[in-house]
Design a protein around this ligand. Sequence first.
Ligand code: 3E9
Ligand code: MG
Ligand code: MG
Ligand code: MG
Ligand code: MG
Length: 365
Amino acid sequence: MGPELTVPPTYSPLPPAVHPRHLEIEARTTAWAERFSIGSDELRGRLVTHGIGGFAARILPDGREEVVSLLADFVLWLFGVDDGYCEESDLGHDPGELTGVLHRLLRVAQNPESPVLPGDSLAEGLRDLRHRMSRYGTAGQTARWIDALREYFFSVVWEASYRRSGTVPSLPDYTLMRLYDGATSVVLPMLEMGHGYELQPHEREHTSVRAAAEMASFIITWDNDIFSHHKESRGEGYYLNVLRVLQNEYGTSPDEALTTAIAQRDRVMTLFMRLSAHLRQQGSPQLRQYLHNLGTFIRGSQDWGITSRRYTTPEDPARLPSTLCSTPTDDSRAPLDIPVISWWWGLVPDDDAAPHERAEAARTS
Ligand code: 3E9
Ligand code: MG
Ligand code: MG
Ligand code: MG
Ligand code: MG
């Protein structure tokens, strides 16, 4: 085990917010996990101390309460899969076996009435989630959620192949995998459901809008890697984290990898802010709401990440920051040297001034 890393306050230009009913949501999610017996007793005992209800309450601070609760239960369920199946069991070392299990779960999500995996607690929990998705979302949103679950499952199978061989992917491959294996894209349909609208496909699938969502996934998962590095590097067995990938890619120390990862997420954050401002100028009210909630997803993940017991691990404390900061460590407008995402930097017109610059120009013209 190397020397302990100290994570400095990281950059956030976005304000904090939490749903006023977060305590009730937290309590209901604990009860839901018990009712469906999600994970082993030991895993569930840990998950209910992680403040997952509060996390969902930060992702959708003004959302419809039933959908915030649904999101909280779903995130707890995802940890039942990600911890229970992928990271802490033999199944996570066997991509073929894992594929079969995940396919059966997908069938449950798609056709909850089919007698697949009867009596399995994750399957029963998923049936309940699916019924509630259909209640609060449209048929299109439910289908999008199932497709996103499939892309998340596909990526954890890829991850399992690295776990099996004990190898570390290249930075571009890790970046591509991480756009999906943090389960961020599975949350996106619930941003719409939380506010009772449906983005039209021509807007949601527009290259720039999809890129904005991918940037949010990048920032959220890079932040997770930064804040969860302590938990992950001290755990037993294999772990995959951007700090490990960067050390492997560039032959640098853990401290240098931390500095690089923070610079990368800061550079993407400044791009996300410019792209959102650009898209807001012409987008529908629904798109503006969606962009707003990509922001609350990012900020909520940061606030949850530095405070959750899951990452602070009080019995062996991580050196995490207690605040965030208002200045990026890297505000370059040049693309990151990662080919799978470097095209993002071509989406914001060069002369697209920052919002405060535009306001100033309008005032003085
Ligand atoms: C994967 O990353 C974490 C997801 C599968 C957990 C579910 C959470 C969400 C869908 C919201 C997105 C939030 C994130 C990525 C924290 P990893 O590194 O296995 O998570 P860990 O908590 O173990 O560090
Ligand atoms: Mg169980
Ligand atoms: Mg994981
Ligand atoms: Mg994990
Ligand atoms: Mg992590």
